[in-house]
Design a protein around this ligand. Structure first.
Ligand code: 9MR
Length: 685
């Protein structure tokens, strides 16, 4: 089956280079790595575009104010494309790809870039403009920093969403320097999922959902989604910036595309989100361009904007699909407020613009407006991340308890569960149990499990043993959630397949790889026997050295009891005469562009109980701790100190405590290499 449109006859395939690019695309998609993956059938890589500029412009044109011509100097052969007369960063060179690209197919784009001699350096971008229903969208495929007069080879992958017209282009971040382009080669691969696999929704007793973007509905991705999920959450399309970019202008097209698809596939929709501190346009918090104050008039204005926004969303979906709770309308739940907790604040509430202008009252108001607008059939959720950590759990629980006591219509509590392999599952269960005491339902709203334990790890694809470990983690997490199934309205995973995660490349946090094939993570949920038993006992078992020598059972060979005492004597097994003050630290992080969440598990591997402890380590890459939990955190230069909270100071031999923090970094996030507990160096790992 051809994976993309035929190569225009004018374009000559460059077979070796194409094969290399396709191989790259497959590695990026994980197709060559996951040993448990069903073979990625029906892969049909095809070169869809080549331009070597040796006999003309090969269909390339000027974009914006620029002019284009060919030069005699090529990256490898003779000839390249020269872009001149640029004024703005978006002026450049483009090639129309309307007839070349197909929505939902994954393309690998390779090209060479440089600046002319003497032009200094510039940060360049390879981008795509897609126009749909008269609305342009601009997507950066890759940014190439510091391009000089040396040729640089660039590779990017890209999966277009729907478009009426589309163009591939080269631009810059800011400099209008002249640019040279050569040897452009684009190949496409259409991946085909295995639809004979058991749907995840059949294996999970709670309604199972996946968060999606419009690209996830197309081609093989759409087939995969329809096969495994029974509800979707729009990843970005229902956020305030998507729905009301300027005051009074409502744009529902992208969100409606997702809802229409859900209806066609008999699925429910979980709405996300009516209020957030991110992805909310500035105009919400301004009057005539100036920041709103806390005056009664400004407070009334912001409250009115909140009410208007919520009503507009509710009215739109009622008018379009019928009353909520009737068969035509699939929206059954909505995140009303997202991420309003900040455990480092005395009142536990985030200091957002909402809070600055309105104080804490906006939360109850949002729920009341939502109930009035949506009616009783839509479940109203509060949603947050890191809710498993005790320091976050406490203010979350307090807030929901207070809201319920005031009669505020909160129906459900969401736990995002953006975690990494190894984050404590018992801690998650403790949070679930804490909320089971309240009159609310619960949902896992954004589960994903990064394969990276910390920011020191980096790879194109996780090693096979880590993917297996991730499979065990999903298995254990879902098994725990199943024990609480009656407390849950739904369980949603934040993304369909690894190539489209919000996490950094290589995190591979989802159930399917970029080639749409099942990973061990899928089998961990659907049929754990396919990934075998956990190979080694979990580290906490080894923490009690006195217990280890129960290697005794050999006596069956010689039943004479006299043999036994010699067995017990194996003192060499017991680690050196018990150290009263030994410790071990496991440090994991979940990274994004400029920030990270770190989980730190401290285990007392010594023989004496601690009452009160202090952990020290260094962040040597300029990282800053922005917010910590389950300990009192301070930072001086690179040195970070965490001192126990009032409730977790006692640490028995073999006992562990989980603490953590959010941090910022500026591009690199090296992990700390040494930790000390009360000044005593700890084992790491
Ligand atoms: O998945 C979303 C990603 O595409 C956006 O760039 C990002 C912007 O803030 O938001 C992501 O979704 C977030 C969700 O809305 C709330 N919880 C955290 C999610 C991951 O950042």
């Amino acid at each position: 089956m051809p994976s993309a449109r035929p190569v225009p006859s004018a374009l000559r395939p460059v077979v070796a280079a194409a094969a290399a690019l396709v191989a790259l695309a497959l590695v990026a998609a994980g197709a060559l790595v996951s040993s448990l993956a069903t073979p990625a059938g029906a892969l049909s890589p095809a070169v869809v575009l080549t331009s070597d500029f040796e006999s003309g412009l090969d269909g390339w044109q000027a974009r914006g104010a620029a002019s284009v011509s060919t030069t005699a100097t090529g990256a490898r052969g003779a000839g390249s494309l020269l872009v001149q007369d640029r004024v703005d960063p978006w002026d450049g060179a483009l090639i129309p790809v309307t007839e070349i690209f197909e929505p939902g197919t994954t393309y690998t784009i390779g090209l060479w870039l440089r600046l002319p001699d003497g032009a200094g350096t510039a940060d360049l971008r390879v981008s795509v403009q897609r126009d749909l229903d008269g609305q342009p969208s601009y997507e950066t495929l890759t940014t190439v920093e510091g391009v000089s007069s040396q040729w640089r080879q660039v590779t990017a992958t890209y999966t277009p969403g729907l478009f009426d017209t589309a163009s591939l282009y080269v631009e810059s971040v800011s400099s209008p320097a002249d640019v040279m382009v050569d040897d452009v080669l684009v190949s496409g691969v259409r991946y085909t999922p295995d639809l004979s696999l058991t749907p995840v929704s059949d294996a999970v007793s709670v309604p199972f959902g996946i968060a999606v973007e419009p690209q996830d509905l197309l081609g093989g991705r759409g087939d995969l989604l329809a096969h495994h999920a029974e509800q979707i959450t729009p990843g970005n399309q229902m956020k305030p910036d998507a729905i009301q970019p300027t005051e009074g202008t409502f744009t529902f097209a992208a969100a409606d595309g997702l809802v229409d698809w859900a209806i066609e596939h008999d699925m429910r929709v979980y709405g996300h989100t009516l209020l957030w501190h991110q992805q909310t346009p500035d105009w919400f918090f301004q009057r005539d361009g100036a920041a709103l104050t806390t005056s009664a008039a400004d407070q009334a204005l912001l409250r009115e904007r909140l009410r208007t926004h919520i009503e507009a969303v509710a009215d739109h979906y009622r008018e379009t699909y019928g009353e909520y709770g009737t068969p035509g309308n699939p929206i059954f739940a909505f995140d009303v407020v997202n991420e309003v907790i900040d455990e480092s604040q005395p009142d536990g509430l985030r200091r957002s613009e909402w809070y600055r202008v309105l104080g804490p009252s906006y939360i109850a108001d949002a729920f009341r407006y939502a109930r009035a607008a949506f009616g009783p059939e839509v479940l109203l959720f509060i949603n947050d991340y890191n809710t498993e950590y005790p320091d976050k759990r406490a203010p979350y629980l307090r807030l929901v308890t207070d809201l319920l006591a005031q009669g505020v219509p909160v129906d459900g509590v969401g736990h995002q569960l953006h975690v990494e392999v190894g984050r404590s599952i018992p801690m998650v269960e403790d949070t679930i149990e804490a909320f089971e005491a309240l009159d609310v339902t619960q949902a896992v709203t954004e589960l994903d499990v990064s394969a990276y334990r910390d920011s020191g790890e980096s790879w194109t694809q996780p090693p096979a043993d880590r993917l297996l470990e991730q499979g065990y983690y999903y298995r254990d997490m879902l098994a725990m959630l199943e024990r609480h199934a009656s407390s849950f309205e739904s369980i949603t995973i934040w993304g369909l397949e690894d190539s489209r995660t919000w996490l950094r490349s290589g995190a591979a946090p989802l159930l399917f790889d970029g080639a749409l094939q099942a990973k061990p993570a899928y089998w961990g949920i659907v049929d754990p026997s396919r990934i075998g038993a956990t190979p080694t006992p979990t580290p906490s078992v080894t923490a009690t050295p006195g217990v280890t020598p129960t290697v005794t059972p050999t006596p069956s060979v010689t039943p004479t009891p006299s043999v036994t005492p010699t067995v017990t004597a194996t003192p060499s097994v017991t680690p050196t005469p018990a150290d009263p003050r030994a410790c071990r630290v496991a440090y994991t992080t979940n990274d994004w562009n400029t920030g990270f969440t770190a989980g730190v598990r401290v285990t007392n591997t010594g023989t004496s109980a601690l009452s009160g402890w202090t952990l020290t380590f260094s962040l040597d890459g300029g990282q800053r701790v922005t917010q910590g939990w389950s300990a009192s955190w301070t930072q001086s230069g690179a040195r970070v100190t965490a001192t126990n909270a009032a409730w977790n100071g006692s640490l028995a031999p073999g006992g562990s405590v989980d603490i953590g923090f959010n941090g910022s970094h500026t591009g690199s996030n090296p992990r700390p290499t040494s930790f000390a507990l009360g000044g005593v160096p700890c084992a790491v790992g």
